[in-house]
Write a protein that binds this ligand. Structure first.
Ligand code: ZN
Length: 323
């Protein structure tokens, strides 16, 4: 009995410590008068949930089939994402395999409004009410899958979409590395009161490397991030590095107006790069330069010299083509 009480006390202490650590942030700021375009439908930072619905008619224009493994070959042609997200997913799956030998399967990507309706109705039937069903399956118009920016991921050891995926070596790796490729684990148990969705370690959402990495280190849901980040200038959202984004948002969460904000807001044209460089300085970790930070978030291929063409070879190539 005594042992039980001691254990209970330890648990309660751990809980209150956890609560203190996740102390309520400053009141969420009022919405911006105009949302940045990145947060509008079609943008990579668009927020979709029960309060922010997508219209029935919305279909992304650039859906492609990512070149990744699926659990069943027959599923392959049904798994689609927007092109930028699909390319990032390929890099994520490749890294899982090469860095740790983890095989990942893509299970469900873009879902049309009508498909979501069918899934939702089936869940309502199963659990008895729309309210209960919406905790497990997003109601039509409230699913990120309709954006073409979300993917459900499985592993050979966890072939169901089950919270246990989060404890598998593959799930742990995804949780710790998805941001390097631009994805966030969108729903966690501790965010349920904000997201309205239970723990879903298998559901990853593309937002781009800079935002995903900032979100990963801030350890906040997209809802909270968007509420603050919408007050940043559009170009900072589009081109800012993760240290700058994380630094500015964390200052705002703490209830402070970032000092750099007015200089960033005033800068235009060529001045924007210089303003971001100056604003990033206090947030860069030791040993990381501004250019390294930018390159991590927005890698560009290294320039290569023009291909050397041997004249004889060129002639023979032309002849071959002509004949
Ligand atoms: Zn999902």
């Amino acid at each position: 009995m005594r042992r039980l009480i001691v254990m209970l006390v330890i648990c309660v202490c751990a809980l209150s410590f956890a609560l203190a650590e996740n102390a309520a942030p400053a009141p969420t700021p009022a919405p911006a008068s105009q949302l940045p375009s990145m947060m509008e439908l079609g943008g990579m930072l668009v927020l979709v949930n029960a309060q922010n619905r997508i219209s029935k008619a919305h279909v992304p224009e650039d859906l492609v089939q990512p070149d990744v493994q699926t659990r069943k070959k027959s599923l392959e042609s049904n798994i689609l994402m927007r092109e930028e997200a699909a390319r990032a997913l390929e890099r994520l799956f490749e890294a899982a395999l090469h860095e740790k030998g983890h095989t990942l399967y893509a299970t469900s990507g873009y879902r049309a409004y009508g498909i979501q309706q069918i899934l939702f109705n089936a869940k309502v039937e199963e659990v008895g009410s729309k309210e209960k069903a919406s905790r497990r399956v997003a109601a039509p118009g409230t699913s990120e899958h309709q954006l073409g920016l979300a993917m459900d991921v499985q592993s050979p050891s966890q072939l169901n979409l089950n919270p246990k995926f989060g404890q598998t070596p593959e799930g742990i790796w995804v949780g710790e590395n998805a941001h390097r490729f631009g994805f966030i684990v969108r729903y966690k148990t501790e965010w349920r009161s904000i997201t309205g969705v239970s723990d879903e370690p298998w559901h990853i959402r593309y937002v781009g490397v800079a935002h995903a990495t900032a979100l990963y280190h801030l350890n906040i849901p997209l809802e909270t991030y968007v509420a603050y980040a919408q007050h940043l200038p559009e170009y900072v959202l589009a081109k800012g590095n993760n240290f700058l984004l994380q630094g500015l948002v964390s200052q705002m969460i703490a209830g402070n107006t970032p000092e750099a904000l007015s200089a960033l807001a005033l800068a235009d044209g060529m001045g924007q790069e210089a303003a971001m460089r100056a604003a990033s300085a206090p947030f860069l970790p030791e040993g990381t330069s501004y250019d390294q930070a930018v390159w991590y978030a927005y890698p560009t291929p290294r320039p290569t010299s023009a291909p050397r063409v041997d004249e004889d070879e060129e002639t023979s190539l032309f002849q071959a083509e002509g004949g």
